[in-house]
Ligand binder design. Sequence first.
Ligand SMILES: Cc1ncc(COP(=O)(O)O)c(C=O)c1O
Length: 387
Amino acid sequence: MSPATSHPEVDGLPLAILRKRTSEKWSGHSDEILPMPVAEMDFEIAAPIRSALVEMIQRSDTGYMGTNLELAHAFHDFSESRWGWELDPEQVYIVTDVGVGMIEISRQIVSAGDRIMIHTPVYHNMRTNWIAELKCTQYDVPMKQEGMHYSLDLAAIEAGYQAGVKLHYLCNPHNPVGTVFTREELAAIADLAQKYGVIVLSDEIHAPLTFAEHTFVPFLAVSDAAREVGICVTSASKAWNLAGLKCAQVVTAHPRTKALADAMPPAVKYRASLLGAKANAIAYQSADWLDAALRTLDRNRRAIALQLTAKLPEARYRIPDCSYLAWIDLGAYNLGEDPSKVLLERGKLAVSPGSAFGPESSQYIRMNFATNLEVLTEGIDRIVASL
Ligand SMILES: Cc1ncc(COP(=O)(O)O)c(C=O)c1O
């Protein structure tokens, strides 16, 4: 069997089944609304994850998190074979989710009032909620935009470091613009961070979803400087659809950053879910399911381009390098201050508003395409019907 057919197809379930789900995506709206916001997948989870969880429930293995080496080793093996990254399993810390990981490690680095660097447009919790929870303020270095291509503004990053920023949130790869950064960009950031004494938290939750023609580079695999200044926060939750199971990983690669992770309260680990840790471990061993999901997502990201050209020729969209989030500029259609509201009211389509990701993105929407082709087509038709 060739690798391309080594796993049965992974595709979006029918709407009648999805509407029975109780997650945020499926419980947030009435049935007349087609929901395509929150980053959850409409796929069935990988069979080995399902079986492992059922087995644990059958054994009533539902207590607290123990010494869990299985997850650290599974993540090590996945990272090595996928990205050539040799991480140290002893420096993998289990946390509740990526949000908690980012906040708990940040608490070891910043105090109330400090500034944290971000790059808008960026994942809304990174831009607002996490920084607010830390009582810090944001230092925004917007992504440089040429057409629908986005890149990091290294000169402005250095100016921010010079101005005293001590903590930098990198969304690597970048949500919502779907950019996978190059080794050179990441190496340049690491060198600057080392020079100015900045810690870089690299949120790599979307990394496993990088499409084949792009190369994801884990920040801690970039250089010695990156290992000294960088901390990776990640989870299998985005790529294998496990967000409700509550488990993520903080990874360090240097005594200095290890000391920061060691200083997190011991309770951080116990607040993660035992079921989530098992699901993450099995996920990292289920690369065949991931590859099958990526084939479907690849079909969908290209279908969006074709359909937009045919049905919404003024919309701007770049086929993303990774993940299942389409970042679409609807500015040419004059849909007012918030196009997502118009789509909800007129088209009965729920998408994420661009303004959530940054002040310059109010004319954009973010549409989740981890679904079947029928739902995807219906979503685009609902945009057309809203104009
Ligand atoms: C960049 C990024 N980080 C973190 C998260 C959320 O992760 P968690 O649910 O583990 O906090 C998301 C969710 O979409 C995301 O896009």
